[in-house]
Write a protein that binds this ligand. Structure first.
Ligand code: GAL
Length: 366
């Protein structure tokens, strides 16, 4: 019976409950979490994607009869610690967290565990802790591979000729484990071309440590790109820039434009990205950014909400990966979704027709 009840969708469950009369429900049954508070903690409102993620989860949890509290922590680990603590104090039964710094919530998660609060790592791994149950994310290494494959395809690196190309390489925040996965994916694809000399990095900056970007900040990326252009590209042009995230790509493109790129004599390099944020889709349509990786936040939210509902109703959360996400204490059972490359040729079908972005939004902010 428990299993069957647990399998019911939340809305259906809520209806069944009303019909039964809640006073008959034993406190320790699966009904105990009906209408429970779900605490959602997201890293920043500066990026559209996290706003979309938060909104999608609130909507979906509410449709299942839960109550929600959504917090954003201004890209500050300390603020997120306080917010998570307060979500616990307010009586959350489930926490869904996209961490600013995956390793800085250990104490709060310990407290959550002591109160039997379930924890889902959202998009980003919660590291150095036992106290995380599941993760919902995208195939992060694949994201990195696709970003680098864009360079291979657009520069035609497999052509049988003597041409060589200059690229520069950026990584995300060192406090986010995904950043390393993106880098690893980039590297898996790029390595042979770097080894053969087909691709050169004039700055020589190619280790993860030297190329991370605090908070995935567009400004920090812009400053680094400006420095690289000043120091290494007085006599040569850069042909591609490997950027892990749209907000950074915009900063990088600003730096390039300031140095005269984007003209017939000095074409815009190939520039990758991630998240299909509106400014980047506009930039793609404007022939500046080359492509982005679309990770449908509605789908990610759906997975996290399904996992959360399963935990709250004592059934098995969905997972499809039980080997990859080692958080230094345990392997976190994960459901990975597939990312998709988006460029000018397919943005309409993938982003507009699917309702992820509207034509009006693209025009409005242009
Ligand atoms: C990563 C996430 C990316 C991007 C980036 C910057 O953790 O997987 O999709 O959003 O953070 O926010």
């Amino acid at each position: 019976m428990r299993k069957i009840l647990a399998g019911l969708a939340g809305v259906g469950l809520a209806l069944t409950l009303t019909a039964c009369g809640s006073e008959e429900i034993p406190a320790d049954s699966v009904y105990a979490n009906q209408g429970a508070l779900v605490g959602i903690s997201m890293p920043t409102k500066e990026s559209e994607r996290w706003i979309a993620d938060g909104d999608a989860m609130v909507e979906q949890f509410k449709a299942m009869g839960y109550t929600t509290q959504l917090e954003y922590s201004d890209n500050t680990a300390q603020m997120q610690q306080q917010q998570v603590k307060s979500l616990i104090d307010k009586g959350s039964k489930l926490l869904v967290i996209a961490a600013v710094d995956g390793s800085q919530l250990t104490d709060q998660l310990k407290l959550a565990a002591s109160k039997d609060i379930d924890v889902i790592a959202y998009d980003r791994l919660l590291t150095e802790t036992q106290d995380v149950g599941y993760q919902a994310t995208f195939d992060n290494k694949r994201v990195g591979e696709m970003q680098a494959q864009l360079l291979v395809d657009r520069l035609d690196l497999n052509a049988n000729d003597d041409k060589t190309y200059n690229i520069e390489w950026f990584a995300g925040s060192k406090t986010d484990r995904n950043a390393k996965s993106f880098y690893d994916g980039n590297k898996a694809i790029l390595q042979p071309y770097l080894q053969s000399g087909k691709v050169k990095i004039l700055s020589g900056e190619r280790s993860f440590k030297v190329m991370t970007t605090e908070g995935y900040s567009g400004k920090v990326a812009q400053d680094r790109m400006t420095r690289l252009l000043d120091e290494y590209y007085q006599d040569e042009n850069v042909d591609a820039v490997l950027s892990p995230y749209d907000g950074m790509s915009i900063g990088i493109i600003n730096a390039l434009k300031e140095k005269g790129y984007g003209t017939a004599e000095k074409p815009m390099p190939v520039v990758s990205g991630q998240d299909a944020e509106i400014p980047s889709v506009q930039s793609i349509l404007n022939n500046e950014q080359t492509a982005t990786i679309f990770k449908d936040t509605r789908e990610l939210a759906k997975v996290a909400v399904e996992q959360g509902n399963a935990l709250l109703t004592e059934s098995e959360p969905i997972v499809n990966d039980t080997t990859t996400y080692d958080n230094d204490v345990k392997i976190v059972p994960t459901y990975q979704l597939n990312p998709v490359q988006v460029d000018k040729s397919n943005y309409k079908t993938l982003l507009i027709d699917s309702g992820y972005i509207t034509e009006e939004e693209l025009k409005a902010k242009a």
